[in-house]
Write a new protein. Structure first.
Length: 186
């Protein structure tokens, strides 16, 4: 599994892509926290790989949908965002956890389509399985952090930068057209 920090980075990056608006702190807390929620199953006393153990049903798309819908239902009015848009966003960032875990190079696969399909998907590499322990991983010595920086953080940063540049370019272009159109109509 990738580190919880990487799951949070993906959620925050996708949050920046989701909305250009200035959002309350709660939005950013949820964007960082929801991708981590599936790993709460690591505190389960059930066997690793079982449906109720680590990398079990909490890594499924159905679980992500339920978490996304519940969280959106509780916050869409506060954020002033359509329930369906917010539900979709929260679903995607929560589901990103299972998908990232499937792209590690070890461990059991992920039951993405549980309860409809018991098949487990992954491990497909190239992300190094997370170092075991509760200490903060050292980027110089941790292969996990190095692969996450290259395979997850860098693509997330490129996506955020590209969307930001596109938004700036479109805003500048549409402003020029509005100003030119206003002066021609006079």
């Amino acid at each position: 599994m990738p580190t919880v920090i990487t799951h949070a980075i993906v959620g925050l990056g996708l949050g920046k892509v989701f909305t250009p608006r200035r959002m309350p702190v709660l939005f950013w807390v949820l964007a960082a926290l929801l991708p981590m929620v599936p790993d709460f199953d690591s505190f389960s006393t059930r066997a690793y790989g079982s449906t109720l153990g680590h990398r079990g049903f909490t890594h499924s798309l159905l679980f992500a949908l339920l978490v996304g819908a519940l969280t959106a239902g509780l916050t869409f009015r506060y954020f002033r965002i359509s329930f369906w848009d917010l539900c979709g966003f929260f679903f995607v960032i929560t589901a990103s956890h299972g998908i990232l875990d499937a792209f590690t190079n070890g461990g059991f696969g992920i039951p993405l389509f549980w309860p409809f399909d018991a098949a487990r998907y992954g491990p497909w590499g190239p992300i190094q399985v997370s170092d075991i322990g509760f200490e903060f991983p050292n980027p110089r010595t941790s292969r996990t952090v190095r692969t996450e920086l290259l395979c997850v953080w860098l693509p997330t940063a490129v996506l955020v930068a590209a969307v930001t540049i596109l938004r700036l370019w479109r805003g500048k272009y549409s402003t020029k057209n509005r100003v030119a159109g206003d002066s021609e109509s006079r």
